[in-house]
Design a protein. Structure first.
Ligand code: FEO
Length: 399
């Protein structure tokens, strides 16, 4: 049975949800599922914007069949060739062999890479191209690395609809709602939008800024992303967040405290610092890096202005889950933060120095010079040292 929704009078959401996927891209947990959005326009020409992951292709094909109602499928616009949006393309083209694929040159190369034997009609387009479909005319905006190099967003000037590929999407299935204004997006979905952006696109802030420049002289009334809700109202809710995230500016003056603790003693120090922060009216977020997924902590890193990393020393290095997290933070290009360290070691504590060396690869990081050093377990005689560290952090946050 088909399951569709109208986006506009002649544009339909024909995508599908996957609530069984354990790890998106094999890395990111998606406990609330994920949607793969595809849109079908029924103008004089029929135009499908992207396909879906093959895991959900059966309902997707039913959706297309229903909306077409016997009409031919004229164009398939590919804005992004990552397989979560394109793995149903091969079968789709066997069902609609006369359809013409409209895509960037790089996307065409990727189609051949993914589907070696596939033969298909194609039109290669770029930013100078116009696709006329009847009432509508589409332009294209190259958006390399949002989230792959071949991305070519589609824009319809008369309606102001932007087909934004991965941009402005979020993790989480669409549970009947299609538009962000049908739910309390900020309360219910912003965390998953942040986790999605920061982990998928976070490294490519400069490219997102380049996209904003291209959009500056265009009116955007509606955003149709490949995951998550369509934006038709209060679009600035998501645009404003992207403006912050892509320039690596924190959303809050708050503290991310991430710790790696084998026997709870380093956790004790993390909790002590968090308690003092809250006593001083400062928001802190505490994570055990061995328990909370890295994607969650990366998202918190994009949100918070200040970080405290607390790690036991392990094999004369940083505890493995903390080392992995810090590599991930460096890989995601985090910038413009203030960072302090707490180390633990029963005979040779070295993790603070090593964590600092790792994070020194990031741009515009201020370090709190004095790290707290614990020998095995935190003792009351160290309270002054810990309070001094926390007071430095508080004074930085209150300035
Ligand atoms: Fe949703 Fe980059 O694919």
């Amino acid at each position: 049975m088909y399951c569709i929704r109208n986006v506009t009078e002649d544009l339909y959401w024909v995508g599908a949800n996957d609530r069984r996927l354990a790890l998106f891209e094999g890395v990111y947990d998606v406990p609330q599922g994920v949607s793969y959005n595809s849109y079908l326009l029924t103008d004089d020409k029929t135009v499908l914007f992207d396909t879906v992951d093959h895991a959900v292709q059966d309902v997707f094909f039913e959706n297309i069949r229903h909306v077409l109602a016997g009409r031919a499928l004229d164009y398939i616009v590919i804005t992004h060739m990552e397989p979560d949006h394109s793995s149903a393309l091969h079968k789709l083209l066997t069902m609609y062999p006369d359809a013409t694929v409209v895509c960037s040159a790089k996307a065409k190369t990727m189609i051949a890479q993914f589907f070696e034997t596939l033969e298909f009609n194609s039109i290669v387009v770029d930013e100078s191209s116009v696709l006329e479909t009847g009432k509508h005319k589409f332009n294209f905006l190259a958006a390399p690395m949002i989230h792959w190099p071949e991305v070519l967003m589609a824009y319809e000037p008369s309606s102001g609809i932007l087909f934004s590929a991965d941009a402005f999407g979020h993790f989480g299935a669409l549970n009947g709602a299609l538009f962000a204004d049908e739910v309390d997006f900020v309360a219910e979905y912003m965390n998953e939008a942040r986790r999605y952006y920061c982990n998928i696109v976070g490294k490519y802030g400069a490219q997102v800024q380049a996209l904003f420049k291209k959009l500056a002289d265009r009116t955007v009334n509606m955003i149709c992303p490949l995951h998550g809700f369509v934006w038709r109202k209060n679009i600035e809710t998501i645009l404003d967040k992207y403006a912050l995230w892509s320039t690596y500016r924190p959303e809050e003056r708050s503290v991310l405290i991430a710790y790696a603790s084998v026997y709870g003693n380093t956790a004790n120090a993390a909790d002590y610092v968090a308690s003092r922060l809250f006593e001083n009216g400062i928001r802190a977020y505490v994570y055990d890096v061995s328990v909370t997924s890295a994607s969650e902590i990366i998202a918190a890193a994009f949100k918070c202005s200040h970080f405290v990393f607390a790690s036991t020393t392990y094999n004369n290095g940083i505890f493995v889950s903390m080392e992995n997290l810090l590599h991930d933070i460096v890989a995601h290009n985090i910038q413009n933060r203030t960072v302090g360290f707490i180390q633990n070691g029963s005979w040779a504590p070295t993790s603070a120095k090593l964590m600092r060396e790792l994070l020194s690869q990031c741009k515009n990081i201020d370090f709190i010079e004095e790290a707290v050093s614990i020998r095995s377990a935190l003792k009351e005689k160290q309270q002054e040292e810990l309070d001094t560290f926390t007071n430095v952090l508080i004074s930085l946050l209150q300035n």
